[in-house]
Write a protein that binds this ligand. Structure first.
Ligand SMILES: CC(C)(COP(=O)(O)OP(=O)(O)OC[C@H]1O[C@@H](n2cnc3c(N)ncnc32)[C@H](O)[C@@H]1OP(=O)(O)O)[C@@H](O)C(=O)NCCC(=O)NCCS
Length: 188
């Protein structure tokens, strides 16, 4: 059964205890011992926008876009909270013509929380609580952290990671680099 979309959900909360990581990348200041990962509340689009803005790496969408995703696509989005503050998010949706594919539009983690598995846990939560058989995303060639994140998901699920053209640079009106599309499947 496809992941239901545009269905109002009561945020399903899964408290995950994520310990300190031995991985070398990412600063550790502000380390919290547990995070809550769940679907966003409608008003939390504002905090998702703030995480995107403060990170400075992503194409920042309008605050309206994050609020709409949190309101109407909460089932396919996730937030990670530390001390009740949003420190990471995934914006996702299921393309209507591929309803069991989860397209990850953006994933971001606040700088002081990186390198401890927050992004991986949010994606894992999405994949395991929905009926997803493939995960898709576009990732610029220069985004090593994002490529490492998706490669890790593929490895964990023993799934194939394939690349296609995605959105070529010529389609962007503003000099944006091309966004190759990755697909991870099958997910079980
Ligand atoms: C990409 C991003 C979301 C990763 O978040 P994170 O919580 O630090 O990632 P995790 O700790 O869950 O790491 C998941 C995997 O990716 C790897 N990884 C994450 N960041 C990495 C980095 N900078 N360099 C190398 N590997 C990295 C981890 O080692 C881990 O792999 P493993 O399971 O094999 O050990 C974060 O760096 C970020 O917010 N970047 C800015 C926004 C962005 O570029 N988003 C992606 C495009 S939409």
């Amino acid at each position: 059964m496809p992941i239901p979309i545009e269905v109002p959900t009561r945020p399903s909360s899964t408290k995950q205890h994520i310990g300190r990581s031995s991985r070398a990348h990412g600063p550790r200041s502000g380390d919290a011992h547990s995070l809550v990962i769940r679907t966003p509340h409608p008003s939390e689009g504002a905090q998702m926008w703030t995480v995107a803005r403060d990170g400075g790496e992503l194409d920042l969408n309008s605050s309206y876009a994050y609020l709409m995703m949190a309101r109407d696509f909460a089932t396919t989005c996730r937030v990670a909270l530390s001390d009740n503050e949003v420190v990471g998010y995934v914006l996702g949706y299921c393309p209507p013509e591929r309803p069991t594919h989860l397209f990850v539009w953006q994933v971001a983690v606040r700088g002081d929380q990186r390198g401890r598995g927050v992004a991986a846990h949010m994606l894992e939560h999405l994949v395991t609580t929905g009926d997803v058989d493939a995960l898709e995303a576009t990732v610029e060639e220069t985004n090593g952290a994002s490529r490492a994140l998706f490669a890790s998901i593929a490895r964990k699920h023993q799934a194939e990671l394939t690349w296609s053209e995605g959105i070529p640079a010529a389609h962007f009106p503003d000099g944006h680099a091309g966004e190759p599309l990755l697909r991870i499947s099958p997910l079980r």
